[in-house]
Unconditional design. Structure first.
Length: 327
């Protein structure tokens, strides 16, 4: 469904010194700087897949989505979406994809969302019967059926984002690009949007690329992830593979029959948390046997659990540069 090969985007910006003299010099001797936002990006996504795109600010996620949407023309490289070249802006392509950006509004600010939906109905040539059925189903699922005739400017952030999503999906696109759709939303609104997106993907087999800074979004929706850093793809695969590849530690939790005094734990390494009835260790994989044996010999142990590092912790370490060079 989506095929990307060596896609590169370089932005060329004018560099000017401050002040009047800097402006005058700039007229006769312009200097430019180049910034590579996407650097030889390559990946393939099959139909119906939901893939998360992760990366710190400036990693190249949004630039990549804009090229796949046809909003930006690449400096070099190739890409096809549904068999179309996105930046050629073929009508067949434009009628079958949607781009939802959490920090950009598509709905008319001073009109009720229902008016913008009617405009989309005509643009995408949706029949009246299908339009009524889809709008009813989506608005009820998202709990905003009573907000469709309220000016968009008077809606809460969560309500506006739900309306943005409905407007983008009314024509049942085959491909959806979601760029941080839950940014700024409260927990309840985030959960509602995740549930709606997951249901839409399951029922219609839509191919979705989702970018987000909330790991709950990625874990709840995506089995595969693309990790970007400085415009390059550092990893493309399953979430479990990401944890296994970039995390050299596991979480070992020891549940106690009787909690020892803290003074008795001073000589123990890798302690991450001391609770009322447990001690949690973040342990290098090769030291797990030693830690568990040490605890069993010294304390009255009720239970032991060993688990992978939380995905959010792994991503945080990657973004901070601790593990990215191992890729």
């Amino acid at each position: 469904m989506i095929h990307v090969e060596s896609l590169t985007k370089i932005f060329r910006t004018h560099k000017k010194e401050a002040g009047l003299m800097g402006s005058i010099r700039s007229l006769f001797n312009r200097q430019y700087t180049e910034f590579t936002a996407a650097d030889s990006v390559s990946f393939t996504i099959p139909e119906g897949a939901m893939v998360g795109m992760l990366g710190a600010n400036g990693a190249g996620k949004t630039t990549t989505l804009k090229m796949l949407s046809g909003l930006l023309y690449p400096t070099s490289g190739k890409a096809t979406v549904m068999g179309y070249v996105p930046w050629e802006r073929d009508n067949g392509f434009r009628r079958n994809f949607s781009l939802v950006m959490g920090q950009r509004n598509q709905l008319w600010w001073d009109l009720p969302a229902a008016d913008s939906f009617l405009l989309n109905k005509e643009m995408y040539r949706i029949s009246s019967e299908d339009y009524s059925k889809r709008l009813k189903t989506m608005s009820e699922h998202l709990g905003i059926a009573d907000k469709l005739h309220v000016q968009v400017r008077k809606l809460s952030l969560g309500e506006r984002m739900k309306c943005e999503l409905i407007g983008a999906l009314l024509h049942y696109p085959r491909v959806i690009f979601l760029d941080e759709p839950t940014i700024g939303l409260d927990i309840v609104a985030q959960h509602a949007l995740r549930e709606f997106i997951a249901t839409f993907n399951k029922e219609h087999g839509t191919t979705i690329i989702l970018t987000s800074h909330y790991m709950d979004d990625i874990e709840a929706l995506c089995e595969r992830v693309i990790l970007m850093d400085e415009g390059r793809i550092q990893f493309h695969g399953g979430l479990d593979m990401l944890v296994d590849r970039f995390s050299g530690e596991k979480v070992v939790t020891i549940y106690m029959e009787n909690m020892p005094e803290k003074e008795g734990l001073i000589d123990m390494n890798h302690i991450a948390e001391i609770g009322e009835d447990h001690i949690t260790f973040k342990v290098p994989k090769h030291e797990i046997a030693g830690i568990t044996s040490q605890c069993l010999s010294r304390f009255s142990v009720r239970d032991i659990t060993i688990s992978e590092m939380p995905v959010e912790d792994v991503i945080r370490e990657i973004f901070s540069g601790k593990n990215i060079k191992t890729s």
